[in-house]
Design a protein around this ligand. Structure first.
Ligand code: CP
Ligand code: NVA
Length: 307
């Protein structure tokens, strides 16, 4: 079987997405019933992280343990990708020992370089450009809360960042619409938007929060300053005023709209405490579903859907 990677949603066909979501739902049901799998027994997952993490690290480590495998965590001070050793050498050396590698890094190019040299499958655990595992978990969450993905309007409010890009890629593969409301200069990457639109994805970029929120099924937001942009936090706080999920924005969405955030959240900035803690918020389901979605991803990459 040719090695597969998950670097973005580009690698996924509609059939793959449906397969992953159905496997994730099955694994979740079985876990709740106490059915355990050891389908990755004897396998090792390496986590190569150049940025901090709570959800991604713990959900991958726990997921691998539940599947009978083992994890090695390598933080920013350990490998020092491209500094202590070249990216290509790290990828080749790690592949001699481990069966899967999750990489959390800055540039998508570093991730792609890892993937081109590794013989083990590479999973994007977040780059500055994409966060594909989060969006898969979010789709699982939406299936649970909305019963479908088709036809949903997702309002993405705030920074045109990695989360916005992965949602846009999802709109290319699934019949849903993403309307991103972002301040001038902080829109999603133009190449990403162009490519998604060229492939028939329904995405809109606006400055108008109300346009995005009106009639939306999902109100989604993320931090105004992502990891690596800490020095811009103060200036971004000024620029992003108004790009917030709050009571007024919720009132524009459908009555049964859900509020989503990949977390960590900055309450009082991109979302109010009231919206995050309110009855429409599904943020902790999203966090839980990282576990189930990523177990499906790991099984698929190592064993395929039939393994
Ligand atoms: N949502 C998410 O990826 O969280 P962490 O940065 O804590 O992994
Ligand atoms: N956009 C955020 C997502 C964190 C999960 C970041 O990159 O820091």
């Amino acid at each position: 079987m040719k090695k597969r990677d998950l670097l973005s949603w580009k690698e996924l066909s509609r059939k793959d997405i449906e397969g992953l979501l159905s496997l994730a739902r099955k694994l979740k049901r079985e876990l709740k019933r106490g059915v355990s799998h050891r389908r990755l027994a004897g396998k090792t997952l390496a986590l190569v992280f150049e940025k901090p993490s709570l959800r991604t690290r713990v959900s991958f480590e726990t997921g691998m343990m539940q599947l009978g495998g083992h994890t090695v965590f390598l933080g920013p001070d350990e490998i020092r990708l491209g500094v202590r050793e070249s990216v290509a050498d790290c990828a080749r050396v790690l592949s001699r020992w481990v069966d899967l590698i999750v990489v959390r890094t800055f540039s998508q190019a570093t991730l792609e370089e890892m993937a081109s040299h590794a013989t083990a499958p590479i999973i994007n655990g977040l780059t500055d450009l994409y966060h594909p595992c989060q969006v898969l978990a979010d789709c699982l969450t939406l299936l649970e809360h909305k019963g479908k993905l088709d036809g949903l309007k997702i309002a993405f409010i705030g920074d045109g960042n990695n989360m916005a890009h992965s949602w846009m890629e999802a709109a290319e593969k699934l019949p849903l619409t993403v309307v991103a409301a972002c301040p001038k200069g902080y829109e999603p990457n133009a190449d990403v938007v162009r490519a998604v639109k060229a492939n028939g994805g329904r995405v809109v970029v606006t400055r108008d929060v109300a346009e995005a929120a009106r009639g939306a099924d999902v109100l989604y937001t993320d931090v105004w300053a992502s990891m690596g942009q800490e020095s811009e936090a103060e200036s971004r706080r000024r620029v992003f005023q108004g790009y917030q999920i709050n009571r007024d924005v919720l009132a524009l969405a459908k009555k049964d709209a859900v509020v989503m955030h990949c977390l960590p959240a900055h309450r009082g900035e991109e979302i109010t405490d009231e919206a995050l803690e309110g009855p429409q918020s599904v943020v902790f389901d999203q966090a839980e579903n990282r576990l189930h979605a990523q177990k499906a991803i790991m099984l698929w990459l190592v064993k395929g859907f039939k393994g």
